[in-house]
Write a protein that binds this ligand. Structure first.
Ligand code: ZN
Length: 477
């Protein structure tokens, strides 16, 4: 049985054959660490974690290398750092922001049941490799220096645009009129640029005297090349990265190394919408992973990370996903049933159910089909005729990174999920006490009802020392 994967480069499903079965290599573009990761960022993290698990299962844990980078040098980072920490010198502000954001990212995605990648390279640790790439590209005529920038000469690459299926003529015709005057071609893109005072800066390549910093695309080329080699098996990311990011990554890497491809298979997960609308800060439907896990902002409750994971996997990774409270509720209900059925049993090592899930995943990561198999397996568990059914079911779910814990832990995660923003409760209680003091009983009752709807039960009493009315609260279970 083979693994087939849809390849954006060829626009078809193809049997996957690794370059080296002893070292299957995958690169996925990671976050730019200037802000909290949103649920759109969670999708590739979860999708490629399933692929990582499948590859480890097929080729052996020691025979898969998964690199997912951290982009910690970027104009958005610079701008946000100065805004957030105006009192600090810019380089310190940037370090503080990227460290904090990276730590938060790790914390958020740990709740999603993802394995750590084999390597997590950071852009700032690979500046030397980026400089070498720039020098090589200038030396072999694929890049040029202009006004202290290094630019990639798109016209030097006959099949530029192949991944995105865009012709150079079309792209040039669509290019904005205000193309920087130092560019030879309107689609030429930045590999390296000069830094202004206060911006992060490193010695520049290609004989440029002014210190500078890398463009975004060159970062991934350098990190992928260093950790996975000039040509590797799978390159992944969200569909929004196909152009220009991945097109430019592969242009740089291929032209620097003189190889026909950068990665054999290019995989992209589909877009994510929220309740039928594009997620955006201006629409007010922008949801971070952290908000789902830690606040009641989305659907009035906190959600265990596993619910988010299952909700994502219910849609095929290439399809657009409509993320909704309803999806989360469905996923939570399923997990509830499944955990109740398996209790705290240990997973079996292998099983018929696992074989079915594996077969679905071998078909271009068909997670909806895999979940359908889990429904059937669950029915068998519920029928109760086979004592080992729960363990056989659990190992199958584990393949998708689900049911990794047991019922006891799941219940704990859920009850912490009923949680409550203590500050908000405190403010409401204070407002209610003030209303009652003013003999505005109607308002006091209204606030009591509002709290009750959040699952908060109030207890009125008197402070034994002062005799003042006080109110304590607890969460109703
Ligand atoms: Zn990238």
């Amino acid at each position: 049985m083979t693994l087939t994967l849809y390849n954006t480069l060829t626009r078809r499903k193809e049997p996957f054959e690794p370059i080296d079965r002893k070292n299957v290599r995958m690169y996925v573009c990671g976050p730019t660490v200037y802000d909290l990761a949103h649920i759109g960022n969670a999708r590739p993290i979860i999708v490629f974690d399933v692929l990582f698990r499948l590859l480890r299962h097929l080729y052996g844990e020691k025979h898969v290398t998964y690199a997912r980078n951290i982009t910690d040098v970027d104009d958005k980072i610079n701008a946000r750092a100065v805004e957030r920490y105006p009192e600090l010198p810019p380089t310190e502000a940037i370090r503080k922001l990227t460290e904090e954001t990276t730590a938060q990212f790790h914390k958020d995605i740990a709740a999603l049941g993802v394995l750590e990648p084999s390597v997590e390279p950071r852009a700032t640790d690979h500046i030397a490799e980026m400089r070498v790439l720039c020098d090589e590209l200038v030396a072999n005529g694929h890049a040029y220096v202009a006004e202290d920038h290094v630019l990639f000469a798109v016209a030097s690459m006959p099949d530029y645009g192949k991944l995105a299926r865009r012709s150079l003529d079309e792209m040039e015709a669509g290019a904005r009129v205000d193309v920087a005057p130092y560019k030879k071609g309107p689609m030429d893109f930045v590999l390296w640029k000069p830094s202004k005072p206060g911006e992060p800066a490193w010695p520049s390549p290609a004989g440029i005297a002014t210190p500078g910093r890398p463009g975004w695309h060159i970062e991934c080329s350098a990190m992928a090349g260093k950790h996975l080699g000039d040509v590797f098996d799978i390159h992944g990311g969200g569909i929004d990265l196909v152009f220009p990011h991945h097109e430019n990554e592969l242009a740089q890497s291929r032209c620097a190394h003189g190889t026909p491809v950068m990665a054999n298979v290019w995989m992209h997960n589909g877009f994510l919408q929220v309740e039928g609308e594009k997620m955006s800060k201006s629409l007010g439907n922008f949801v971070t992973i952290n908000e789902l896990l830690e606040t009641t902002n989305f659907g009035g409750k906190r959600w265990p990370g596993e619910v988010l994971r299952l909700a994502m996997l219910m849609t095929n990774y290439r399809q657009p996903i409509d993320f909704s409270v309803r999806n989360l509720e469905t996923a939570e209900k399923l997990l509830d049933n499944w955990y109740r059925a398996i209790g705290d049993v240990e997973a079996a090592r292998a099983s018929d159910f696992l074989a079915e899930v594996e077969e679905a995943l071998r078909d271009d990561l068909n997670t909806p089909a895999a979940i359908t198999h889990l429904h059937t397996a669950y029915d068998a568990v519920r029928a109760g005729n086979e004592v080992d059914a729960p363990a056989r079911f659990k190992v199958a779910a584990n393949m998708l990174g689900l049911l990794l814990s047991g019922e006891t832990e799941w219940k704990k995660a859920q009850s912490s999920g009923v949680s409550i923003d203590g500050d908000a409760v405190g403010k409401l209680i204070a407002a209610r006490l003030a209303a009652r003091k003013a003999k505005n009983w109607a308002e006091g009752d209204r606030i009591r009802d509002e709290l009750a709807a959040m699952g908060i039960q109030l207890k009125d009493g008197k402070d034994p020392q002062t005799g003042e009315p006080i109110t304590t609260w607890e969460v109703k279970r």
